[in-house]
Design a protein around this ligand. Structure first.
Ligand code: NAD
Ligand code: UDP
Length: 319
């Protein structure tokens, strides 16, 4: 049985990856310190013979007994309000944490895939973003703690590949959504749906002309699964190129939820990227991958998940 370590296992993407690799017949070792994750995302796995969980902060030395074939390194705060609240931990998990995981991959002779992000492109001057674009990041801006941690993560991963011959994979993930996102994590989809469900106005930051391209979680997981098993060690964008302005997206959510909410405008956060759309030529050519789930279908599934939460969970929104 192949053994895979998944860091950030109790988070949104990590928990879906645990499910996928369990389904594929792997022995899955989840690791998380629960700083932004929640055990309820993986509690259904605890009864399984081929799942183990370690409560551990990966910025501290990481030890896993036995053989390891693969590592998926997904531990990191991912939402702007999270990484603005815990900036030092964000820098540490991307740097020290990644160093620990690469060291583990080296001694175990495991293949490691690290979760990078479209944020390495910053507020991009090239549109759509290809993997060749170097990006436009403000190192000392508030988002720099995340963006630079991820850029360092890519550099150290390439160095381990080049100098230690570790088998590495780098996925640049574009905005991904779906069930198990935290309602209060501040990202636009849980924020808007939570507001609609509570009967509050939807908060648009800036004038809403900034764009994002949203990828449903099942598509993202499929892309990651294919990249892990490919022979390609350079970064690959995985995302859905279907781009929309935040203002139009708010209108879509109002329609979807059948609520009568208004939109209100708040200041745009500093260095909030004005446009984002993945160029997925590489994913198509190398992995034979592209997103299959439309925004309409994905949003229906996501809305159904949030609607099923208890009133107490719904009320937990942070402002
Ligand atoms: P999430 O916050 O739901 O999950 C992150 C998980 O990592 C949490 O369970 C958290 O507790 C854990 N974690 C954080 N620091 C840790 C540490 N020091 N030790 C152990 N565990 C730690 O976020 P997510 O959306 O699932 O993102 C997962 C990964 O994917 C992150 O690396 C993120 O940067 C990347 N990513 C996500 C998106 C997206 O749209 N969801 C986009 C780009 C990149
Ligand atoms: N956004 C918004 N209202 C909110 C939350 C976010 O208008 O209540 C905007 C945010 O400024 C950004 C976009 O939605 O332009 C996507 O934000 P998110 O935090 O989901 O992801 P990221 O900025 O990391 O792509």
């Amino acid at each position: 049985m192949k053994r895979i370590l998944i860091t950030g296992a109790a988070g949104f993407l990590g928990s879906h990856l645990c499910d996928r690799f369990i389904k594929e017949g792997y022995f899955v070792i989840g690791m998380d310190n629960l700083i932004t994750g929640d055990l309820k995302n993986i509690e259904h796995l605890f009864k399984l013979q081929n799942f183990e969980f370690y409560h551990h902060d990966i910025t501290k030395f990481v030890h896993v007994p036995g053989k390891l074939d693969y590592i998926l390194h997904f531990a990191s705060p991912a939402s702007p309000i999270d990484y603005l609240k815990i900036p030092i931990q964000t820098l540490k998990v991307g740097s020290l944490g990644t160093h620990n995981l690469l060291g583990l991959a080296r001694v175990k002779k495991a293949r490691i895939l690290i979760a990078s992000t479209s944020e390495v492109y910053g507020d991009p001057l090239v549109h759509p973003q290809t993997e060749e674009y170097y990006g436009n990041v403000n190192t000392i801006g508030p988002r720099g703690v995340y963006d630079e941690a991820k850029r360092f993560q890519e550099s150290i991963t390439m160095a381990y590949h080049t100098f230690h011959g570790v088998e590495t994979r780098i996925v640049r993930i574009f905005n991904t959504y779906g069930p198990r996102m935290r309602l209060n994590d501040g990202r636009v989809i849980p924020a808007f749906i939570g507001q609609a469900l509570r009967g509050e106005d939807l908060t648009i930051f800036g004038d809403g002309s900034q764009t994002r391209s949203f990828c449903y979680v099942d598509d993202q997981v499929e892309g990651i699964f294919r990249l892990l098993h490919s022979n390609y060690h350079l970064p690959v964008n995985i995302g859905n190129p279907d781009e929309i302005t935040i203002k139009d997206f708010a209108e879509e959510i109002i329609k979807l939820t059948g609520t009568d909410q208004k939109v209100v405008y708040h200041p745009l956060p500093i260095n909030d990227p004005m446009q984002r759309q993945p160029d997925i030529t590489k994913a198509r050519e190398i992995l034979g991958w592209e997103a299959k789930v439309s925004r309409e279908d994905g949003m229906k599934l996501t809305y159904a998940y949030f609607k099923s939460l208890s009133p107490e969970e719904l009320a937990k929104e942070e402002h």
